[in-house]
Design a protein around this ligand. Structure first.
Ligand code: PNW
Length: 470
């Protein structure tokens, strides 16, 4: 087996707007649901907010230089919707678009391909006030916004991603409430999921109408890899239920034009799905150029009595409310093995299973790993350098798995490390560090960690370097 990746394989890193930009009131930007949520007491660890984040808005050139030093050939970032369209409607604000145009030009000048995500969880607050994702109109607003950004940047951005992890938007945002907007309404969360699907489909059509033909449109799903606690049929049925709610609910309509029938049956006590209109499934199932998969860990489930099921054990943050509407008889267990600083079990084999699953699920569709990475307890040594051997080990083992999946037939075109640099880790605030570049939050100084140098070597040679000390 070869540890050499094919020429042209994209060596990327990823970030998202709210997690890095700061400058939340500059250039006409208005609050998004994450501004509101992070400023609500008790919602994030330590009351952390993205007000300053890592000040990428003002340090963009320095950050692109860091990417170039890391040998990146691609960079995945997201656009802040309320920076471009402050009310979520109407014409674009030039200042907002200009920031992204400058970023894209700077990337292209350094030979780095931009991959633009239109939505990474930061809905304009005005649209949440009008109902948010449970409201159908939000999908239409998103398609309009997509057309604005596509029209402005389609000439220089070839890689487009509509939504990042709609599962998190729908179920962490509207069911468990650990993400913005923090609502805990199971029926509304399923409506939200449908409207996110519709938003993806309508935005994809809107982008096709404005983008040059060579541009590629994809979506990034946090497709879960769910394993049964035992081969017992009841545990297998629990896997099926969670798989529908994590995966089938999104890839069903997007790839196959249908929701899984079992999903309707399971969630019948929660909602009647009358929000799915005639024609919606056709609108959602748009031909895509690639499928983005974000992977961190696996889940382990079993059947449980309704009273026993404990949604808090599923690693999605502390909430008394389950992010799995209708799945009252499923228990989550901590998979065995070593964990990252997030408490997520390290299991590269899950990435193999995921890539081969989607090779079958979407034959002929190129795959991208649009996020993969680990939170570690990083800190500077006395000489100021930052060593993160655990992250290097994690990246090495997951990339070796990607390579193995490719040899088994998965058509993987690129890999985006999460994340370029330490940043605002949502409800965990700045306490969890995912970056290949260390950020000192007192000074905002950036220091590439040893993983950044390791990754640069990989990007330069296309071959997996050894893990130091292994
Ligand atoms: C993803 N979960 O978030 C996001 O796309 C990133 O913005 C984030 O920083 C990164 O992964 C690390 O967390 C997730 O609870 C958040 O299953 C939560 C879950 C999955 C992904």
């Amino acid at each position: 087996m070869s540890d050499r990746f094919p020429p042209g394989f994209l060596w990327g890193a990823a970030t998202s707007a709210y997690q890095i930009e700061g400058a939340v009131a500059e250039g006409g930007r208005t609050p998004s649901i994450w501004d509101t949520f992070s400023h609500t007491p008790g919602r994030t660890d330590g009351g952390d907010t993205g007000d300053v984040a890592v000040d990428h808005y003002h340090r963009m050139r320095e950050d692109v230089a860091l990417m170039a030093d890391m040998g990146l050939t691609a960079y995945r970032f997201s656009v802040s919707w309320s920076r471009v369209q402050p009310t979520g409607r109407g014409p674009a604000v030039q200042l907002g678009l200009d920031f992204y145009r400058r970023l894209v030009d700077e990337l292209l000048d350094h030979g780095i391909q931009p991959a633009l995500t239109l939505y990474h969880w930061d809905l304009p607050q005005e649209l949440e006030d009008a109902g948010g994702w449970p409201a159908r109109d939000t999908a239409h607003r998103f398609a309009e916004y997509a057309a604005l950004v596509g029209g402005a940047l389609g000439d220089r951005v070839e890689h487009w991603i509509t939504l990042n992890e709609p599962w998190c938007s729908a179920f962490l945002g509207y069911a468990s409430g650990v993400h913005a907007p923090g609502r805990t309404e199971p029926a509304a969360s399923l409506r939200a999921a449908h409207h996110l699907n519709l938003a993806h489909g309508e935005a994809t059509s809107a982008l096709r109408a404005v983008l040059p033909a060579r541009d590629q449109v994809a979506v990034s799903l946090n497709s879960a890899v769910i394993r049964p606690l035992s081969p017992d049929p009841a545990d297998l049925a629990a896997v099926r239920r969670i798989d529908d709610l994590a995966n089938g609910i999104f890839h069903g309509p997007m790839l196959h034009g249908a929701y899984p029938a079992s999903l309707f049956a399971d969630t019948a006590p929660v909602t009647d799905w009358s929000f799915v209109h005639d024609g919606d499934l056709r609108a959602i199932q748009q031909p895509l150029d690639a499928l983005g998969l974000n992977y961190y860990t696996t889940s382990l489930v079993s059947a449980a009595d309704p009273g026993q099921a404990d949604a808090r054990a599923d690693g999605h943050g502390a909430s008394a409310h389950s992010p799995w509407p209708g799945a009252t008889s499923v228990a989550f267990h901590q998979p065995p093995g070593e964990r990252t600083a997030m408490g997520w079990t390290i299991d590269p084999s899950g990435l193999y299973d995921l890539l081969l699953r989607y090779t079958k699920e979407a034959p002929g569709l190129p795959l991208l790993v649009t996020e993969n990475g680990a939170a570690c307890e990083d800190g500077p040594a006395p000489d100021g350098s930052v060593h993160d051997p655990d992250r290097i080990g994690y990246l090495h083992d997951h990339l070796a798995t990607v390579r193995r999946a490719m040899e088994a037939g998965a058509d993987v075109r690129g890999y985006y490390l999460w994340s370029l640099m330490d940043n605002f880790e949502w409800s965990f605030g700045y306490g969890k560090r995912f970056g290949a570049v260390y950020v000192d939050y007192a000074t905002l100084a950036r220091t590439p960690k040893s993983s950044a140098r390791w990754y640069a070597e990989l990007a330069r040679t296309g071959e997996l370097p050894a893990v130091p000390g292994a």
